[in-house]
Design a protein around this ligand. Structure first.
Ligand SMILES: C[S@@+](CC[C@H](N)C(=O)[O-])C[C@H]1O[C@@H](n2cnc3c(N)ncnc32)[C@H](O)[C@@H]1O
Length: 382
C-alpha cells in the first residue's frame, strides 16, 4: 500500500517550516521505490536525462536523414522493416558501410519511438512509423526543418543563449559573428537551408489554412511580405487563380525562387517600402523583429493598402498556459528560437499583436484560430 505523502516529504533544512520535497537518497531507491513520491522523483530524473540528451537525439536524427535512411525505408511496402545490413547495402555512394554503427544509431532512435522496431534483440529490423514518416515525401516532410535546426551554424547560437540574459546581446551574432539575415546574404548555402526550412513550414500549414480561411476570395491582388521563395503564395494562387500575386522578399532570396505561375517575384527591403496590393499577407516574418521594427514594416504595409485593404498576419500566438497543446508548444518553440536567432524577434500574445496593429493605425482587428500551430491576425486599413 502506498505510504501517505507526508511520510515521503522531508523538511528542508533552510525552510521556515514549510515542507519541501527532497531528492531520494541511494538507499531510498531500493527501499521506497514503489511509493508515489519516489516514482515521481525517478520519472523526473528519467525526463531530465532525456532533456540533457535531447541534442543528441536531434543530431542522431540528422545523421539518418543525411544518410537517406527514411527514403530507403519508404521504398518498402507500408509496415515492412529492414535490418541495418539491408539498409546499409542500399545507402547511395557507400561501398563499405559500418553496419554496426548504423544498427546502434537506429536502435537509439527506435528506443525513442522514431522508428518501428521489429525482429529480435539478435536480429533487429527497423521500419517507418508515425514519427519517421514525417521525414519522407513532398508534403509534410520536416527534413528541411531538421537540417536547419541541426546545422552547425544554427547550433552555434544556442551556446550563447545565456549571454542574451546577461548582456541583451544577439546569440546568433555571438556564435557566428553576424546577424542571421546578414550571414545568410553572404552564405548562399545557409540561405538555401533557411529558405527550404521556411518553404517546408509553409507547405505544412497552407493547405489547412486555405480550407478554413476564405478571405482571399474578396481580393483582386495580394502581396506576400517576406514571402521567401513564394511557397505560401503558390498554394494561395492555386486555390484563387484570379489573384494578381506578388512575392516580396530580399533580392538574393527572390533570385533563387522558382517560377510560379500567377506569381511575380519582387526583390526589395520591407523596411523601405512594400509593393501595393489590396491585401497584404505576412507569414512568420514579423516574429523575426522587435516591436519598433515591426511597426516600421506594418506602417509600410498600411501605405501599400487602399482604404479598407486587409492585412493578414500568420503567426503563432503565445498563450499563458501550463498545459501544453501542440499549438502552444509550437508558439513556445518559435519564441525561444527567435530569442536565439534574432535581435529582438519574439512570439507574441493576442494582446501584443493587437497593440502592434493599433499602433500602426489598423482597425477591425480579428483573430482567427485555426486547427494549426499558427493563427491569422486580420486587420483593415482605414
Ligand atoms: C522566417 S522567414 C518567413 C518566410 C515565409 N514568409 C514563410 O513563412 O515561409 C522571414 C523572411 O523575411 C525575409 N526578410 C528579412 N528581411 C527582409 C527585408 N528587409 N525585406 C524583405 N524581406 C525580408 C527573409 O528573407 C525571409 O524570407
Amino acid at each position: 500500500m502506498p505510504l501517505p505523502m507526508a511520510t515521503l516529504v522531508q523538511k528542508h533544512p533552510r525552510s521556515n517550516g514549510e515542507h519541501q520535497p527532497q531528492p531520494p537518497t541511494t538507499d531510498q531507491y531500493c527501499d521506497d521505490a514503489p511509493h508515489l513520491f519516489m516514482q515521481q522523483q525517478l520519472r523526473g530524473q528519467e525526463l531530465l536525462w532525456e532533456i540533457i540528451f535531447g541534442g543528441v537525439t536531434s543530431l542522431t536524427l540528422r545523421a539518418v536523414a543525411v544518410l537517406g535512411v527514411p527514403e530507403i525505408l519508404a521504398q518498402e511496402r507500408p509496415g515492412a522493416s529492414l535490418s541495418a545490413a539491408q539498409i546499409a547495402a542500399r545507402l547511395p555512394n557507400c561501398a563499405h558501410p559500418n553496419v554496426d554503427a548504423l544498427d546502434r544509431i537506429l536502435k537509439y532512435l527506435a528506443g525513442r519511438d522514431v522508428f518501428q522496431l521489429a525482429g529480435s534483440d539478435e536480429e533487429p529490423r527497423y521500419g517507418l512509423n508515425h514519427v519517421s514518416s514525417w521525414l519522407v515525401g513532398n508534403v509534410g516532410n520536416l527534413s528541411p526543418i531538421l537540417f536547419q535546426q541541426a546545422h552547425e551554424v544554427s547550433l552555434a547560437a544556442w551556446n550563447h543563449l545565456h549571454e542574451v540574459v546577461l548582456e541583451s546581446c544577439e546569440a546568433f551574432e555571438r556564435g557566428i559573428g553576424k546577424p542571421i539575415f546578414s550571414y545568410a546574404r553572404e552564405h548562399p548555402d545557409y540561405s538555401r537551408i533557411i529558405n527550404d526550412s521556411m518553404a517546408c513550414s509553409s507547405k505544412c500549414v497552407m493547405a489547412a489554412l486555405l480550407k478554413h480561411y476564405k478571405e482571399f476570395n474578396s481580393l483582386t491582388s495580394l502581396v506576400d511580405v517576406g514571402g521567401g521563395v513564394g511557397t505560401a503564395l503558390s498554394e494561395i494562387v492555386f486555390v484563387y487563380p484570379h489573384l494578381k500575386a506578388i512575392n516580396f522578399d530580399q533580392p538574393h532570396v527572390v533570385a533563387t525562387a522558382p517560377r510560379i505561375y500567377g506569381v511575380e517575384h519582387v526583390g526589395g527591403d520591407m523596411f523601405d517600402s512594400v509593393p501595393s496590393a489590396d491585401g497584404v499577407f505576412i507569414k512568420n516574418t514579423l516574429m523575426d523583429w522587435d516591436d519598433e521594427k515591426c511597426i516600421k514594416v506594418l506602417k509600410n504595409c498600411y501605405k501599400a493598402l487602399p482604404k479598407n485593404g486587409k492585412i493578414m498576419i500568420v503567426e503563432t500566438i503565445v498563450k499563458f498556459c501550463k498545459k501544453n497543446g501542440f499549438a502552444n508548444k509550437m508558439a513556445q518553440i518559435a519564441d525561444i528560437s527567435m530569442l536565439a536567432y534574432t535581435n529582438g524577434g519574439r512570439g507574441r500574445s493576442e494582446k501584443q499583436w493587437q497593440n502592434l496593429l493599433a499602433a500602426t493605425g489598423f482597425t477591425e482587428i480579428k483573430i482567427f484560430e485555426l486547427p494549426l500551430p499558427v493563427s491569422i491576425i486580420e486587420a483593415s486599413a482605414k
